[in-house]
Design a protein around this ligand. Structure first.
Ligand code: TYM
Length: 329
């Protein structure tokens, strides 16, 4: 019998989900759903690491659950749940914090980026990657589909798993990141040197998955390019144009170089890209509107997902507790 791989990934309920989340991660999550045993999670505990409003967090968590179903995740074909519903994540995080080195956590570029501009830097923002390691390792995960920006966190997770196993005996599966060939790093339309992000920092540079056709067309039309009007893929020399080609390619199942074929001008590139994105998002938006009308059903499906997840996570955590030397209750 063929051994089916275990896949795990997560997404934070902070801000609205944007095109980078979809092209870099969610689309891949959907396509892996029938090939592997997939576990996907709305990581609400991670959202506590930055200042937040409690009512907004609750509503963003539910709405992200609906969005994950709208993009095509099917609770009958994967395990879909909210991290905070499975308490093993928080306890697992402590084991990870005690296995990760302070210096390793300090080197994480996301921590550096986020702490530099913040008024308040929580301890949780610093230990965030240890919680992420617990998320992944609790499910005996083989593969972690993520965008490029999460590669470093998955590398740290591997190091933690290897260290724990060598100190305390074989406990965790050592996972690997799965990064898509195109769409792994969608850049901001106004600042093509920065990744597109959920935060509200650059509303004109960020395409939201729920943006209407008019907004998408306007944002793409205003995207920063350069002045020579030649369309070819060169991320260093032409970052704005290359980002649009990456988005066009990822939205139509081609490489950015292939996507440039037959496009003669920046105007043409922008119209073609906006149309492709609008067409790709249209069915997702329609499905989201249907699901949003029935929050009780979403809650029911997420609770069932948490029950499935808890069974796997608690078995792994019991193994880790025993191996690390905690006295059985
Ligand atoms: P988050 O919530 O920031 O992003 C969710 C997923 O979207 C990808 N992504 C992008 N991909 C391409 N271009 C972009 N501009 C872009 N922006 C975001 C991210 O790479 C990610 O895959 N720490 C994680 C959440 C997490 C997690 C986990 C992920 C918590 N535990 C365990 C995997 C496994 C995060 O903040 O992702």
């Amino acid at each position: 019998m063929a051994v089916v791989a275990r896949v795990f990934s997560g997404i934070k309920p902070t801000g609205s989900i944007q095109l980078g989340n979809y092209l870099g991660a969610l689309r891949n999550w959907v396509s892996m759903q029938d090939e592997a045993d997939c576990v996907y999670c709305v990581v609400d505990l991670h959202a506590l690491t930055v200042p937040h409003d409690p009512a907004e967090l609750r509503s963003a968590t539910l709405s992200l659950g609906q969005m994950l179903m709208a993009v095509g995740l099917d609770p009958d074909r994967c395990t879909l749940f909210v991290q905070g519903h499975v308490r093993e994540h928080a306890e697992g995080a402590w084991l990870m914090e005690c296995t990760a080195a302070f210096g390793e956590l300090r080197r994480m570029t996301q921590f550096k980026d986020k702490s530099e501009s913040a008024d308040f830097v929580s301890g949780g923002l610093f230990t965030y990657p240890a919680l992420q390691a617990a998320d992944i390792l609790l499910y005996d995960t083989d593969q972690v589909p993520v965008g490029e920006d999460q590669r470093q966190h998955v590398e740290l997770t591997r190091d933690i798993a290897i260290r724990f196993n060598s100190r305390f005996g074989d406990t965790f599966v050592v996972p690997e990141a799965v990064i898509p060939p195109s769409g792994a790093r969608v850049m901001d339309l106004q600042h093509p040197d920065q990744k597109m992000s959920k935060s509200e920092d650059s509303p004109q540079g960020t395409i939201l998955v729920l943006d209407d056709a008019g907004d998408i067309e306007r944002k793409v039309k205003r995207a920063v390019t350069d002045s020579d009007n030649e369309v070819y893929f060169d991320p260093d020399g032409k970052p704005g144009v290359s980002n649009l080609l990456s988005i066009l390619g990822a939205s139509t199942g081609r490489s950015p170089v292939e996507a440039a074929t037959g496009i003669e001008s920046y105007g043409d590139l922008k119209t073609t890209t906006a149309d492709a994105v609008v067409e790709m998002l249209r069915p997702i938006q329609a499905r989201y509107r249907e699901l949003a009308a029935d929050p009780a059903e979403t809650g029911r499906l997420l609770a069932l997902g948490a029950d499935k997840a808890r069974q796997v996570a608690s078995a792994t955590l019991d193994r880790a507790r025993e191996n690390v030397g905690l006295l059985a209750p």
